[in-house]
Design a protein. Structure first.
Length: 323
């Protein structure tokens, strides 16, 4: 059962699966905001199935971030809050955590911000099941909502911090995003180039994101890197974030341009970690969701496309081309 304002943890399904698989050792991995629930879930599972439960204390930012070390030592690992990106042979089971919050009040509040007659409609996984309901409501206010088909993702209208393809092809000037936090709407406006109205069903807050403003900040970061002589090319070491080949290719390009470049692995990117390296700037090939934070870092941190501008292999106007 899913309660209003709560998440569906699917505990019955989990207990069934543990019994079915005769799992003796079970792992739990929850996103930061929900780690407080971990001990309650562990207690219920071990009480009712007899399994030994081990909770991951590590990060859980996306389906790319499965705790593989824990996965190795358990019979089954339940990873909450994300949907499977590609089928994994390992022992990880994704529990999507749909929210029971009613999205209609915040959608109704957002209507006054929609300037045109048509709007693209997207959401994070927690609210993606409510998009059809939101679409119907918008129609009552005379707004046509288009829920785009995603190239790689399981659900229509779903967006990730690294995949906005469901919003890319929608014929509209604005996007209505249902979800919390700023990195999805910021990424949407940055890469799709459209005005984004972000509607948070939990806080009832409406925020507006404009592409121009955010893109200017990225151009400033690129300008700061134009004189850099040495680059650290960051390779993400989380299970689904490694872009080893593109990192190596970027390093080769840098060397060919007479620059120094070094490959650096990282689980999580933080400014204090970057400052330890004697390079002038960085290129991030791992998770792009921290772009907003990078703006405040002392040394420039660029995306691969932004770096290509620095070395003269891409035009400035082609940075945010969505491919
Ligand atoms: S790479 Fe980043 S944005 Fe993409 S799923 Fe992982 S954590 Fe989310």
């Amino acid at each position: 059962m899913m309660l209003k304002n709560s998440y569906e943890f699917e505990l019955e399904k989990i207990k069934e699966l543990i019994k079915e698989r005769r799992a003796i050792r079970v792992g739990l991995q929850l996103p930061e905001g929900l780690k407080t629930k971990a001990t309650d879930i562990a207690a219920e599972i071990s009480q009712e199935t007899g399994a030994e439960v081990i909770i991951s204390g590590n990060s859980c930012y996306g389906a790319c971030d499965v705790d593989e070390k824990l996965e190795r030592i358990v019979d089954v690992l339940f990873h909450f809050g994300h949907t499977e990106l590609r089928s994994r042979k390992e022992k990880c089971v994704f529990i999507e955590l749909r929210s029971g919050v009613d999205v209609k009040p915040v959608v109704e509040k957002a209507v006054t911000e929609i300037k045109g007659d048509t709007v693209g409609l997207v959401a994070t996984l927690q609210h993606v099941h409510a998009l059809k309901e939101a679409k119907k409501l918008l129609a009552r206010f005379g707004k046509k909502a288009v829920i785009g088909k995603s190239r790689n993702l399981k659900y229509e209208g779903l967006v990730l911090g690294c995949d906005f393809s469901s919003a890319a092809m929608v014929p509209c000037e604005e996007i209505l995003f249902i979800g919390s936090g700023s990195f999805h709407p910021a990424g949407l406006t940055l890469y799709i180039g459209k005005r984004v109205i972000a509607a948070d069903p939990f806080t009832m807050q409406i925020s507006i994101y404009e592409a121009e403003e955010l893109r200017k900040k990225r151009y400033v970061a690129i300008e700061r890197a134009l004189d850099a002589k040495s680059f650290g090319v960051i390779i993400g070491m989380k299970s689904g974030q490694s872009n080893l080949n593109s990192a190596i290719a970027l390093r080769i390009k840098a060397i060919e341009k007479g620059l120094n470049a070094y490959l650096i692995t990282m689980d999580e990117i933080g400014e204090e970690k970057l400052l330890a390296f004697k390079v002038d700037a960085f290129v991030n090939t791992a998770c792009p969701r921290l772009t907003e934070d990078f703006i405040h870092f002392k040394k420039p941190v660029l995306s691969a496309k932004e770096f290509e501008v620095v070395i003269g292999e891409r035009e400035w106007e082609d940075i945010f081309v969505f491919v």
